[in-house]
Write a protein that binds this ligand. Structure first.
Ligand SMILES: CC(C)(COP(=O)(O)OP(=O)(O)OC[C@H]1O[C@@H](n2cnc3c(N)ncnc32)[C@H](O)[C@@H]1OP(=O)(O)O)[C@@H](O)C(=O)NCCC(=O)NCCS
Length: 204
């Protein structure tokens, strides 16, 4: 197994790794495979395939990091970390997509934990997640990671403080993959630096 991938554990046969630009198609295929309700929940409304494909491509520009659960080269669940440009203290926005057959089995929690750890290695201090207020699964998942939920019109925004003392008790202790995730963070930073050298777009 690559140094940049971790076994998913929990008796799952797949691996979890950070996706590279070459994985854009398998990531798009995953988002396109979401059932109608999950796709609506993920994008907070109705979206057509064209929108989803364009969105998937955009996730491989700038500082966005996509973390995925994969079985035999197929992505079945993903977590995204989007850099919020212009925010003073390392703020990121996160999003999750778990295919229906993999939901309610702890996959969202597993990815959330890894994503928090990776985000901390990358210097983020606060993460936010936005969903529609009827998305009970996402709200439950966010609460599990101590998100403070607030309601704004039809949306619910969860904010997770991953700085200072609030870091304790999140993913590291539960997952114990500190070294591998530190390696992953280093690889991501290298990509950011090389994108910046190429004059790449660092916005979302
Ligand atoms: C939201 C989502 C990521 C959750 O992933 P998951 O793999 O099903 O989550 P888990 O199995 O880890 O469950 C997380 C917690 O939520 C709870 N939960 C899951 N579904 C729930 C539901 N429908 N209602 C209430 N609680 C629910 C679980 O009980 C669990 O809590 P626990 O560990 O204390 O028992 C997944 O349902 C999904 O991808 N949905 C479609 C896309 C989406 O909504 N994305 C979020 C917007 S960015």
């Amino acid at each position: 197994m690559s140094k940049r991938a971790v076994s998913a554990g929990n008796d799952l046969p797949g691996i979890i790794r950070v996706l590279a630009p070459a994985d854009q198609q398998v990531f798009a295929d995953h988002l396109l495979r979401l059932d109608a309700a999950s796709r609506r929940d993920r994008f907070n409304g109705v979206t057509d395939d064209g929108f989803v494909k364009t969105y998937a491509a955009r996730c491989f520009t700038g500082k966005t990091v996509v973390f995925a659960y994969m079985e035999e080269g197929t992505v079945h669940a993903a977590a995204e970390l989007h850099h919020l440009e212009g925010e003073a203290g390392g703020e990121g926005e996160i999003a999750f997509s778990v295919e229906k057959d993999f939901q309610h089995k702890g996959m969202g929690s597993l990815l959330f934990g890894h994503l928090v750890t990776l985000a901390r290695h990358l210097g983020y201090t606060q993460l936010s997640v936005t969903t529609h207020s009827g998305n009970e699964a996402m709200k439950a998942l966010a609460r599990k990671f101590n998100a403070k939920l607030s309601f704004q019109h039809v949306e619910t925004v969860g904010v997770i403080d991953i700085s200072g003392a609030a870091r304790q008790g999140t993913a590291d202790s539960a997952v114990g993959l500190f070294g591998v995730l530190a390696d992953l963070a280093q690889a991501v930073r290298r990509r950011w630096r090389s994108d910046a050298g190429d004059g790449g777009d660092r916005s979302r």
